[in-house]
Design a protein around this ligand. Structure first.
Ligand SMILES: [Zn+2]
Length: 257
């Protein structure tokens, strides 16, 4: 989860085209980048929910890149199918009416308030999260709940980080709550700053605590050496179960936007 900052002054990568292609499995978004560091002719990757990324060498013609996409339909369709399967997995939050939300590691049923009940803001009631009736469209429900979780993360994370920083006697100069899609958190040794993913609001509190302890301890060992893990074990008794939870839930990093 660690990475020290490495800012680049000169862009070596440029977006040259984006759009939508259609396949038998449905439409997908694509983006084509040219990159000075790339030697291989066509470099494909698939980003869940965001579609295809094709990176080509700096001198490649756009028409050649677009033709290559058309020639790779089979692979693209397999990515789309996989993406659709992940979206249907039972543990992935389904942010729609009668779907479910994960908050502090617990599943909540999503409900729209009854007509005779006035609910002006999102409320947690027992095992349900109740939404105002004005949010009756699924598209609104998803974006509203994602925003709600982000607001919760901004409110809840800093005091917890400060508390752990105090306990470990490791100062934290800056806290950033981010929308990273490849990592749960990171620590910058140079700036003594922590970046933490709002998606951890979905995790049990123990897991959040473990992630923070893990990152802060990177200020002592900026690696994953034996000494580092020794220190993690001393300061976090539940490190193993927390690590397991994170490993089982990496799909939470990619499903919500
Ligand atoms: Zn780490």
């Amino acid at each position: 989860m660690t990475r020290s900052d490495s800012g680049r002054r000169h862009p070596r990568r440029l977006l040259i085209a984006k759009g939508i292609f259609n396949t038998e499995e449905g439409p997908f978004n694509y983006r084509i980048f040219k990159d000075k560091r790339v030697k291989r002719k066509f470099n494909y990757s698939w980003q869940h929910g965001r579609g295809l990324v094709l990176t080509v060498p700096w001198t490649t013609k756009l028409s050649a890149a677009q033709k290559s996409i058309l020639n790779n339909q089979k692979w693209i369709v397999s990515c789309l199918k996989k993406q659709n399967r992940i979206a249907d997995l039972p543990n992935v939050p389904q942010l729609k009416n009668e779907g479910h939300l994960l908050y502090h590691g617990k599943k909540y049923l999503i409900k729209i308030a009854e007509p005779d009940v006035s609910v002006s803001a999102i409320q947690i009631e027992n095992d349900s999260v109740v939404l105002p009736r004005s949010l009756d469209k699924n598209a609104n429900i998803e974006s509203t709940l994602v925003n709600w979780m982000k607001i919760k993360a901004h409110a809840e994370f800093p005091p917890i980080i400060k508390q752990i920083s105090k306990t470990l006697s490791i100062p934290v100069k800056k806290i950033s709550i981010r929308d990273q899609r490849t990592r749960w958190a990171s620590w910058s040794i140079a700036h003594h700053s922590i970046s933490i993913n709002w998606r951890l609001i979905m995790a049990p509190p123990d897991v959040l605590q473990y992630v923070i302890i893990h990152e802060l301890l990177h200020s002592i060992h900026p690696n994953h050496s034996k000494d580092f893990w020794q220190l993690v074990k001393i300061h976090c008794k539940h490190w193993e179960s927390s690590r397991h939870w994170l490993g089982c839930n990496t799909k939470l990093l990619i499903v919500l936007r």
